[in-house]
Design a protein. Structure first.
Lengths: 223, 334
């Protein structure tokens, strides 16, 4: 990334220092979601196919919590650490614009991002219920949005921007709030940028709700 | 008054993927056509009641709907129609509340953590079921004593033999003092001595905890030594539902009387009995009416010069086998 900026200086009005923020936020949210929710992607299929999901349903606890807890990924904490470092550098470099309320927005954004990726994993789980197969194609959205959203959205063509805004609300936790924090001009008023991560909170709630709906249609495999 | 478990008109269908054989180009084009599904009744219109502290045997041929019934009663599945009340609660409503009071053991799947000692799994269950320190210690001490697993619980589960593991599984199932326990083929693959221990344990725990136990099994030994009630199902429908004694009187097959003659001569049998098989001096006599077995033996002993005579012990296996054969005939006709 550094090499990229060294050559071009800045991208469409974004400086090297400022991109640290989007990069840090997206990677931190993704890494934390991976630590906690990876089980929905990797374990879900085998849980359902082997009928081991029965056991989760037989315990008097939340199933989402159980899936998450039984496949907790310590290894992924490494990525989280790395992105925390990047984010801290980003904050230091942009210390001028981050005062008071911006701190809260930043936290709001990171949690929003985490919820966004958590929702994506949950959606993977939902699809597993339906087709009982490993859903490789979900990685396109998960990995794809991570590698695109760590850079400011303006560098991408419009159709990519639209996908990651309206289909998958990834820009709401990177481009819009960061622009608002840095007080850059975008297509929307600054206050909308601050509030944008809220979309991900709603997205998460809907995902969980659908998950529990679909869970009811679970047909255990024979034994 | 309501029974402990009330099942009324319970039905559940499931879809089976159907594949029709195709030839040539159709083999390829079928990749893109819509899959065909067939709807099969796992159970249909099932009704029965179970009283508190019963030990119920639930048997039927493979694919009769046994596991489906357990899963419905345990609240994992939802039925298509019908109702079911367990202690006044509907299992599949408010799952988290309901499953606190039930325990399920699948003989073919483990609920213990494979790489850790059973003790750690118990600790985990303590957390999951939110047991207090006192409750946990009391239950665990009781189960350790009853199952004699003192030495086993600190060994990683993967290093235990099947018999040892089953005992740990049982402890895990009863740890939270459930009111209702489902055992799905609990004795699959374990030896005779272990099985006897298992029977004793189930009888004892049934007394001590007052727990209602629901067993599905293919092992008729389990049924005969444990259950006070038997339900036989076939193709999702109840075939028999009563006490075990009733099974013997309802489905009296025939009684075999084994006679050993002192000399090589014809055996004289009274009317209503017939000679089934003869090998040298050993003769098998069949009696088709249970009421006259005594008379038949008397007259054989009187009319013949015999060395030895004994009646075959009535075996639940023969009866069940006969019932299963009837099922097959029905299926073939249907």
């Amino acid at each position: 990334m550094w090499a990229l900026f060294y050559r071009f200086g800045q991208i469409k009005g974004w400086t090297f220092n400022e991109v640290f923020l989007t990069y840090g936020i997206i990677n931190l949210s993704f890494a934390m979601a991976e630590v906690l929710m990876r089980g929905f992607e990797t374990n879900m299929t085998s849980l359902i196919r082997n009928g081991d999901y029965d056991r989760y349903l037989l315990r008097p606890r939340n199933t989402v919590l159980q899936i998450s807890a039984f496949s907790f990924q310590f290894v992924r904490l490494g990525r989280a650490m790395q992105s925390i470092v990047v984010l801290c550098i980003g904050i230091v470099m942009n210390a001028g614009s981050i005062t008071g309320v911006e701190w809260i927005i930043l936290l709001f954004t990171v949690v929003g991002g985490w919820l966004l990726y958590a929702s994506l994993y949950i959606i993977t789980g939902i699809i597993s219920f339906k087709i009982m197969q490993y859903t490789e194609f979900m990685s396109i959205f998960i990995q794809g949005s991570v590698s695109t959203m760590q850079y400011p959205m303006t560098i991408f063509p419009a159709w990519i921007r639209n996908i990651f805004t309206y289909v998958l609300p990834a820009t709401t936790v990177s481009y819009f709030p960061i622009s608002a924090i840095l007080d850059k001009s975008t297509s929307v008023p600054r206050i909308v940028g601050f509030g944008a991560p809220a979309v991900c909170y709603i997205f998460f709630i809907i995902s969980i709700w659908i998950f529990f709906k679909v869970e009811k249609s679970y047909v255990s495999s024979g034994s | 008054m309501l029974s402990y478990i009330e099942v009324k008109g319970l039905s559940k269908k499931y879809k089976v993927f159907k594949r029709t054989p195709k030839k040539g180009i159709h083999k390829f084009s079928s990749l893109f056509s819509k899959n065909e599904f067939e709807s099969v009744d796992a159970i249909k219109n099932l009704s029965f009641t179970i009283e508190k502290q019963d030990i119920v045997g639930y048997i039927g041929p493979n694919g009769a709907g046994k596991s489906t019934t357990i899963k419905l009663l345990a609240g994992i599945l939802q039925p298509d129609s019908g109702t079911c009340l367990v202690d006044g609660e509907i299992p599949w409503k408010s799952r988290k509340e309901y499953v606190k009071n039930i325990g399920v053991m699948f003989g073919q799947r483990s609920q213990l953590l494979w790489d850790l000692p059973a003790k750690d799994s118990f600790e985990m269950l303590k957390g999951i079921y939110k047991l207090s320190e006192a409750e946990y210690n009391e239950s665990l001490a009781l189960l350790i004593r009853m199952l004699s697993i003192e030495e086993l619980i600190n060994t990683p589960v993967r290093q235990l033999s099947l018999g040892q593991r089953v005992r740990c599984e049982l402890a895990a199932t009863f740890l939270h003092r459930p009111k209702l326990v489902f055992l799905d083929e609990p004795t699959i693959g374990i030896d005779i001595e272990m099985k006897k221990k298992f029977h004793n344990f189930i009888k004892e725990i049934n007394e001590v905890m007052g727990v209602t136990i629901f067993i599905t099994t293919h092992d008729l030994d389990d049924i005969q030594s444990l259950c006070n009630k038997l339900i036989i199902i076939n193709k999702g429908e109840i075939y028999f539902n009563d006490k075990i004694d009733k099974l013997f009187s309802d489905y009296f097959v025939e009684k075999k009387v084994y006679v050993e003659l002192a000399e090589d001569e014809e055996l004289v049998v009274p009317p209503k009995a017939r000679i089934n098989k003869r090998e040298g001096r050993n003769v098998v006599v069949v009696v088709e009416d249970s009421g006259i077995v005594g008379n038949v033996i008397n007259s054989i002993a009187r009319d013949n010069n015999i060395l030895n005579i004994y009646v075959e012990k009535l075996d639940i296996e023969d009866i069940i086998l006969k019932i299963y054969k009837d099922f097959q005939l029905q299926n073939n006709r249907g």
